[in-house]
Ligand binder design. Structure first.
Ligand code: MN
Length: 206
């Protein structure tokens, strides 16, 4: 059976996020880790005899399919993470909709950064920290373990994500070793706020 899901190219050069996220990390993270999730996701779908090509439908039905949950989550989450970053983009203060949403919920960007960073630092083991939009329209910060995300039926939040940081050790170990808080601090220099705002507006439209 042909592979249904194909690894998307990184949306920028491997060195585009230097010096904050280094080229060696991005190469291994995208070409090896993400590729492996993609391959194993396709294999898990085949083993489960799942024919859907709609990733959201698949993720909404993972509760009895641990391999689909782990590898499908890994496939989806990494794509979302790459797109959450960019080598250069506007600062959030230049983007009125996201600026207002962040200050309405957190009071200020500094407070948002502080809360998001603390949440990311607190993930025990491997996982992700997300900024999402609740059904009320409020923004919310939450963590998910392993490769889980809010589109899955096993997740206890359904806040739609607009930003994510990968806090698995493989995301930062080459450059930062065990210093996760330093990686989180530098991540803020490469957040693609244009994309974050675009996702927010897309959610509000629906
Ligand atoms: Mn990763």
């Amino acid at each position: 059976m042909a592979n249904k899901f194909i690894l998307p190219a990184l949306p920028y050069a491997y060195n585009a996020l230097e010096p904050y996220i280094d080229e060696a990390t991005l190469k291994i993270h995208h070409d090896k880790h993400h590729q492996t999730y993609c391959d194993k996701f396709n294999a898990a779908l085949e083993a489960a005899e799942l024919n859907s090509e709609d990733i959201f439908e698949i993720m909404g039905n993972v509760s009895n399919l641990p391999a689909v949950r782990n590898h499908g989550g890994g496939f989806f989450n990494h794509t979302f993470y790459w797109e959450s970053m960019a080598g250069s983009c506007d600062g959030p203060e230049k983007l009125p909709e996201i600026a207002k949403a962040v200050t309405d919920t957190f009071g200020s960007f500094e407070k948002f950064k502080d809360e998001f960073s603390k949440s990311a630092a607190s993930v025990f083991g491997s996982g992700w920290t997300w900024l999402g939009v609740e059904s009320s329209g409020e923004l919310v910060i939450y963590n998910t373990p392993n490769q889980d995300n809010a589109f899955m039926d096993i997740c206890d939040t359904d806040a739609k994500p607009i930003l994510v940081i990968d806090v698995w050790e493989h995301a930062y170990y080459i450059k930062y070793q065990n210093r996760r808080p330093e990686y989180i601090e530098q991540f803020f220099k490469v957040i693609n706020w244009n994309k974050v705002q675009e996702r927010l507006l897309e959610i509000r439209k629906n």
